[in-house]
Design a protein around this ligand. Structure first.
Ligand code: HEM
Length: 527
């Protein structure tokens, strides 16, 4: 009897402890999904999920832009227990990312990015703020300094000439020609290799893997694994994103290590000695980078430079179709400067209207429109706000570039805004202290390392395109970010109807003559 009572009491006690700890866990999880004290305001959270149920699966930056009307420039969100802050105004990006860069420069833990696809601190864009990031960044900065980048102008010019040649021959394939261009420039400069056609295996492999990669990593595209780590343990047959991540990893490694192997083979016979890869391999003992890190750095430069530049060039063509008066002004400028040759790298510094168009296209349709996430590594107080360590912050480039308090008619493509104001803003005397002309390349210590390389490419190609072609269409191109652009963390115009008509017989002849020379120059990168 006594024994039975003891047993019953023990069981009741165990049950009470179990129920108590279950309730405590539930309360802890529930509390973790509430906005912390002093955190910026945002939409009402729901128990356990925070704002996850309101989070769209693509182009979330459009919603954040809308929410700004209700919640202001700084929005606080909860993705389950994860704190997230959206910065919709350049001033806050300056204060936090630029001025407090020492604590606002990490990246979110990404199970998919950093563990499944690119383990071992290999992907510079994804690795947290750490010694590993610093050595990767140091190597990249050494490769992409102003002098080294400007030394690539002959490659950019020759590849742009090939693009014009391709467009004259098969204008309907404009989308592929522009995408080939940006990959070919990085293939030649980083690996000393040629990307002669869009259908060549390497160019194809890069876009195949890059499209899958950006789609899988877009916020909202997969369940919130980093906020709810238990999801990691789902078996693959219940987690299609796991299978996709591993397939991407395999394809990425095959491409990057294949390219490294081929470059090594070229170097062994005295070729490709001035490419970035050769420099990285020479420096490997000093830099301490592993074989994986070297292969990935090369691959990532190709990733980072391809989609982004091509997407911006495509947006420029789209703008030329929808704003024919701007096209005419561009043509007047290049025609006045270049009579017997197409605009080249020596001319670009004299083309102020084209330069204004470049700034405008980067503002109007930024490629990384939602920003690339930064993570805060220490608790911080900003004005009245308390921002806890571990918070993920997005500088919402879309909202910053569409801000009506800053730009006159921001939805329109108006290059003139840049002609007498280097920030393109509507204020005659803008608050220039620390303002960036564009937030399209990010901000703070993680700001894009390839901005100058990209801008050189944009200038040379935009100038050559308008010098050679009238760019028109039978109907307006869909420039809407909602419907006319792809999703993914990098956006790109969907294919739009475009007609490229050579402006004169003389220009066609000059372009063909330039192509013969460019072809000779580029043949150094052939097998
Ligand atoms: C129009 C073209 C381009 C755009 C719009 C662009 C945009 C960006 C953005 C938004 C970031 C993240 C910045 C941040 O976290 O605040 C970034 C990072 C980066 N970009 Fe670019 N990019 C372009 C071209 C290039 C090119 C041509 C290269 C080199 C070949 C390059 C190399 C990189 C690298 C290495 C990073 C990683 C920086 C880090 O995390 O430390 N980008 N880019």
């Amino acid at each position: 009897m006594l024994l039975t009572l003891c047993w019953q009491q023990t069981a009741a006690l165990a049950l009470a402890i179990l129920a108590g700890s279950l309730i405590a866990t539930v309360v802890r999880v529930w509390r973790s999904t509430l906005r912390p004290h002093g955190f910026p305001d945002g939409p009402q959270t729901a128990p356990f999920v925070g704002n996850l149920h309101q989070f769209p699966t693509s182009k979330a930056f459009l919603n954040f832009h809308e929410w700004r009307k209700t919640y202001g420039d700084i929005i606080g969100l909860k993705f389950g227990p994860q704190n997230v802050v959206i910065l919709n105004n350049w001033k806050h990006v300056k204060e936090l990312f630029d001025k407090r860069g020492g604590i606002y420069s990490s990246r979110p833990a990404s199970y998919i990015g950093n563990e499944l696809i690119c383990p071992g601190d290999t992907h510079i864009l994804l690795v947290p703020y750490s010694a590993a990031w610093r050595s990767l960044r140091k190597s990249v900065q050494a490769l992409l300094n102003v002098n080294s980048v400007d030394a690539l102008l002959p490659i950019q010019n020759s590849e742009a000439i090939q693009t014009i040649h391709d467009l004259i021959r098969t204008p309907d394939a404009y989308y592929d020609h522009l995408r080939r261009y940006s990959t070919a420039v990085v293939l030649a400069s980083v690996f000393g290799q040629r990307g002669k056609t869009f259908n060549s295996e390497k160019v194809q492999a890069l876009y195949r893997v890059q499209d899958r990669f950006t789609q899988l990593l877009e916020p909202g595209a997969t369940p919130p694994i980093d906020a709810f780590p238990l999801l990691k343990y789902l078996p693959s047959f219940l987690a299609p994103w796991k299978r996709e991540a591993l397939a991407i990893k395999e394809e990425q490694r095959a491409l990057y290590f294949g390219l490294l192997k081929e470059t090594r083979a070229k170097l062994s016979i005295g070729k490709a000695e001035s490419c970035f890869m050769s420099e990285l391999l020479r420096q490997s003992e000093k830099s301490g980078l592993s074989e994986d890190q070297i292969a990935y750095l090369g691959g990532i430069l190709m990733e980072a430079g391809s989609d982004t530049t091509a997407s911006t060039l495509l947006s420029f063509c789209l703008a030329m179709i929808n704003y024919p008066d701007v096209l005419q002004k561009c043509q007047a400028e290049v025609d006045a400067l270049c009579v017997d040759h197409s605009p080249n790298s020596d001319d670009i510094s004299k083309l102020s209207y084209i330069h204004a168009c470049m700034n405008e296209v980067l503002r109007w349709r930024p490629v990384a429109a939602g920003g690339i996430p930064h993570v805060l590594t220490e608790d911080d107080v900003y004005g009245d706000y308390v921002i806890p360590k571990g918070t993920i912050l997005f500088a919402n480039t879309w909202a910053i570039h569409q801000d009506e308090s800053q730009y006159h008619r921001p939805a329109e493509f108006i290059p003139e805004r840049w002609l007498d104001n280097k920030y393109g803003t509507k204020h005659s005397n803008p608050d220039i202290d620390g303002r960036r002309a564009t937030y399209g390349f990010g901000a703070g210590r993680r700001v894009c390392s390839g901005q100058r390389l990209a801008e050189n490419s944009l200038m040379v190609n935009m100038a050559k395109l308008v010098w050679t072609f009238d760019i028109t269409s039978t109907k307006p191109a869909d420039a809407s970010m909602e419907t006319g652009y792809t999703s993914g963390f990098l956006v790109c115009p969907k294919k739009f109807p475009a007609v490229f008509t050579v402006r004169s017989e003389v220009k066609a002849k000059i372009s063909e003559a330039e192509y013969v020379k460019a072809e000779q120059f580029l043949s150094q990168f052939e097998e």
